[in-house]
Design a protein around this ligand. Sequence first.
Ligand code: CUA
Length: 134
Amino acid sequence: MAVFFFALLYNVFARKIDVPTCIPYQASFQQSLVKQVDNTHYEVYVIAKMWAFDPAEITIPVGSTVDFYLSSADVVHGFNIERKGVNLMAVPGAVNKVTVKFTDYGTYRIVCHEYCGAGHHNMMAQVLVTYLKR
Ligand code: CUA
């Protein structure tokens, strides 16, 4: 246990890796949304469903910080953002949150890494991090 807590605190404070938060049930949402809070801060409300993510593509300028709020419309799905160490579960009736800073431009694939049925292997989305300020 001591090693576990040490590893957790080390990652949060020394490596600045955000630990996912679980939001209470009543804060659940029904629709996907990409909301620009300011020039470098976005909130993205993602709904996972068989077998896609909504929204399927998110375009943001490089240097942006994104708060992802994640829920599911049907069964449990996974939410893994490549090269970002994000590993969340999309749970029906619940919302999970993670904050990610995109400091390098490029395309970051999001894949479902929790088996969710026949179309599981096709379930993906992407974050496009561009040079352009919008
Ligand atoms: Cu959704 Cu696997």
